[in-house]
Design a protein around this ligand. Sequence first.
Ligand SMILES: *[C@@H]1O[C@H](CO)[C@@H](O)[C@H](O)[C@H]1NC(C)=O
Ligand SMILES: *[C@@H]1O[C@H](CO)[C@@H](O)[C@H](O)[C@H]1NC(C)=O
Ligand SMILES: *[C@@H]1O[C@H](CO)[C@@H](O)[C@H](O)[C@H]1NC(C)=O
Ligand SMILES: *[C@@H]1O[C@H](CO)[C@@H](O)[C@H](O)[C@H]1NC(C)=O
Ligand SMILES: *[C@@H]1O[C@H](CO)[C@@H](O)[C@H](O)[C@H]1NC(C)=O
Ligand SMILES: *[C@@H]1O[C@H](CO)[C@@H](O)[C@H](O)[C@H]1NC(C)=O
Ligand SMILES: *[C@@H]1O[C@H](CO)[C@@H](O)[C@H](O)[C@H]1NC(C)=O
Length: 391
Amino acid sequence: MAALLLLFLFLFASSALSQDSLIGVNIGTEVTNMPSPTQVVALLKSQNINRVRLYDADRSMLLAFAHTGVQVIISVPNDQLLGISQSNATAANWVTRNVAAYYPATNITTIAVGSEVLTSLTNAASVLVSALKYIQAALVTANLDRQIKVSTPHSSTIILDSFPPSQAFFNKTWDPVIVPLLKFLQSTGSPLLLNVYPYFDYVQSNGVIPLDYALFQPLQANKEAVDANTLLHYTNVFDAIVDAAYFAMSYLNFTNIPIVVTESGWPSKGGPSEHDATVENANTYNSNLIQHVINKTGTPKHPGTAVTTYIYELYNEDTRPGPVSEKNWGLFYTNGTPVYTLRLAGAGAILANDTTNQTFCIAKEKVDRKMLQAALDWACGPGKVDYSPFY
Ligand SMILES: *[C@@H]1O[C@H](CO)[C@@H](O)[C@H](O)[C@H]1NC(C)=O
Ligand SMILES: *[C@@H]1O[C@H](CO)[C@@H](O)[C@H](O)[C@H]1NC(C)=O
Ligand SMILES: *[C@@H]1O[C@H](CO)[C@@H](O)[C@H](O)[C@H]1NC(C)=O
Ligand SMILES: *[C@@H]1O[C@H](CO)[C@@H](O)[C@H](O)[C@H]1NC(C)=O
Ligand SMILES: *[C@@H]1O[C@H](CO)[C@@H](O)[C@H](O)[C@H]1NC(C)=O
Ligand SMILES: *[C@@H]1O[C@H](CO)[C@@H](O)[C@H](O)[C@H]1NC(C)=O
Ligand SMILES: *[C@@H]1O[C@H](CO)[C@@H](O)[C@H](O)[C@H]1NC(C)=O
């Protein structure tokens, strides 16, 4: 009997762990008292989180992740992008110092080259793909290209007319970058990295997008958004954005590039005008997001295709500039206390409800008027779509 129980517990734990690998967290470091790398790793372990994204390739963090089983995305910061894009040698040196020095003890799985370059560093857009190719060439030389993927995270705002998803396309300004980028991702078997923020879509929609739709809350059947071109039913904004990206790629004839969501989350606190940045909404969003992802529900366009997702973010970043909400996207305070208790039900939960330790296992765009217009067009505009969801 005891043996059976143990076996059951073992199976349960392993299945929880394998599900767990679909969810990661971003580790931003704009904090007054950054916990030590050892403390960060201990927190992740206590929460069964085994995927992280770093915004750089910090030496002490990479050393701390050695032999932990944690899969790590490291980043080429935007301020190093130009140098790398100009020289194979600079790229090779970067890979030697920041990748080869730690791999395989530290399981570096992906190099994110730059961050939202097309929307935050437009003058580097023309060299972005060169930078990826140089990093890739350096990995080939180091014989690490089969183990480590190279890509670059984008803001979802480069996708226009996202509602309905079937009509979405990449901002054509960036086709000279996007087309070679997608060719590169396809030829190297790398994912498109996308930052997905239903919070901003919701806030900018001025009430057009229902809060429940942004928060993955159940909608009445007749409130689901129907894409009239595909007849696909959308029950949440997250799926609509991810599908918009799939459709935007297929519009350019790329149909086999997977999507990884490098950032998604909801702020738990905001300034006087940020009414929806609340603990309740943040908890609802992140709890539902995690369950949606580990359920392997996929999206209406690709049901059953899991979308690995990195929560933005592990810690509240108290020294980030900008509105109050900008400092309050974290699941934890830097002292390791959870900001709120995620509501994760049953066997699907990857985050243990460990009341003794008060732990609960388990990305920040600027306001974009274009998204607002797209949402308004979908909800109120003329034409093909079933507008009922938003009335
Ligand atoms: C990294 O993690 C992946 C997924 O668990 C695993 O398949 C791979 O063998 C790991 N690589 C190293 C070097 O640990
Ligand atoms: C330099 O980079 C290109 C990719 O753009 C690659 O084909 C070439 O092999 C690289 N050369 C060296 C010496 O790494
Ligand atoms: C497309 O991108 C360009 C360059 O960033 C920008 O100026 C333009 O406003 C974007 N178009 C739309 C419709 O968002
Ligand atoms: C995609 O493929 C179709 C059919 O082969 C072709 O007509 C179209 O021009 C292609 N579009 C692009 C952007 O390459
Ligand atoms: C997860 O899947 C179960 C069973 O298929 C379903 O009952 C539940 O609603 C799903 N939860 C989410 C958040 O998608
Ligand atoms: C955690 O467990 C306690 C005690 O069993 C329960 O009251 C609480 O609702 C649980 N919290 C979550 C988030 O599941
Ligand atoms: C609580 O945390 C301590 C120290 O991290 C650990 O040794 C202990 O096993 C944890 N308790 C539970 C119930 O997980």
